[in-house]
Ligand binder design. Structure first.
Ligand code: CP
Ligand code: NVA
Length: 311
């Protein structure tokens, strides 16, 4: 019923807004089936290979459970344990694994790695997070906003914190595609990737949407419907952690600055979170927070991705 006209799922920027809306509708239908205990084995006999070069709780478990609920199976491949970790090329790994599995999910550092896998694999490749993008998370985030607010178009999202990170980039791409205004509050030197930002700005201008960034947290937070943040130190940046704490401390999302957002704002975070750093405990554990519904939605959104790419 819904179509996505690509082999791979690498970034949200590649998809049309119609395709993203189709993925969201498919997610809602699959979620309803799961809640009613009526999963349909759309992917019977299909196998997903999952290569992880970084840690994961949600992505790993939701992809694995998602495949099982769709009647298929998933194989966890720690990059250290396969020959890729000993220097076998991406080219050869992608070609070999394509002979065994029906799709590949990869979590890695450089975004070029998933692009190279996609180039050489004959099966669909799904980006399970790179340093630059986290598109499966943001599809789940859009689903969560739609469920909580009843719409996406016209809402204001404020992202607070590290602008130059995977979550911020995928949120910019995804939120603009579905008609949301996006404000980014980030310190100097931690602005979003310029190429991604300028490309999204073109989309925003064409749709009459606001996309803005500033060091001024109060200005960006004003009247936000969705307040979203992420860790200050992403996987791979660990050696900068103490410097980052200094720079980002004024950007903690807390009770005081959330007064600037709309009264009925929702708070989101892809998790894992650090209470007392990027967000106060009172906000993430408070009445505006939707973080566990957001985490659950990884499962439903990813099943939609798998179903549309594989069937
Ligand atoms: N949000 C997210 O991707 O979580 P994991 O790192 O646990 O997969
Ligand atoms: N920006 C974080 C997201 C974790 C899911 C990281 O890359 O570590």
């Amino acid at each position: 019923k819904y179509n996505i006209d690509r082999k791979d799922f690498l970034t949200l920027g590649e998809f049309s807004s119609k395709e993203i809306h189709g993925l969201l509708k498919e997610s809602i239908e699959l979620k309803k089936m799961t809640k009613a205990g009526k999963n349909i084995p759309y992917l019977k006999g299909k196998v997903l290979g999952m290569i992880f070069e970084k840690s994961s709780t949600r992505t790993r478990v939701s992809f694995e459970v998602g495949m099982l609920q769709l009647g298929g199976n998933a194989i966890f491949l720690n990059s250290k344990d396969i020959q890729l970790g000993r220097g076998e090329t991406i080219h050869d790994t992608a070609k070999v694994l394509s002979r065994y599995v029906d799709a590949l999910m990869i979590r890695t550092y450089r975004h070029e790695v998933v692009e190279e896998f996609a180039k050489h694999a004959s099966v669909p490749v799904i980006n399970g997070l790179t340093d630059l993008h986290h598109p499966t998370q943001v599809l789940a985030d859009l689903l969560t906003i739609l469920e909580k607010k009843g719409k996406l178009s016209g809402l204001k999202m404020c992202y607070v914190g590290d602008g130059n990170n995977n979550m911020c980039h995928s949120l910019i791409e995804g939120a603009i595609k579905v008609g949301m205004h996006v404000s980014i509050a980030c310190p100097k030197g931690y602005e979003p990737n310029e190429q991604i930002y300028l490309k999204a700005m073109k989309d925003a201008n064409a749709s009459g949407l606001l996309l803005e960034k500033s060091e001024n947290l109060a200005e960006m937070l004003k009247d936000a419907d969705v307040v979203i943040t992420d860790v200050w130190t992403s996987m791979g940046n660990e050696e900068e952690a103490s410097e980052r704490i200094k720079v980002f401390t004024p950007y903690q999302v807390n009770e005081e600055n959330c007064k600037l957002a709309k009264k009925d704002f929702i708070f989101m975070h892809c998790l894992p979170a650090h209470r007392g750093e990027e967000v106060s405990a009172s906000i993430i554990d408070g009445s505006h927070s939707v973080v566990f519904d957001e985490a659950e939605n990884r499962l439903h959104a990813q099943k939609a991705i798998l179903k549309l790419l594989l069937s």
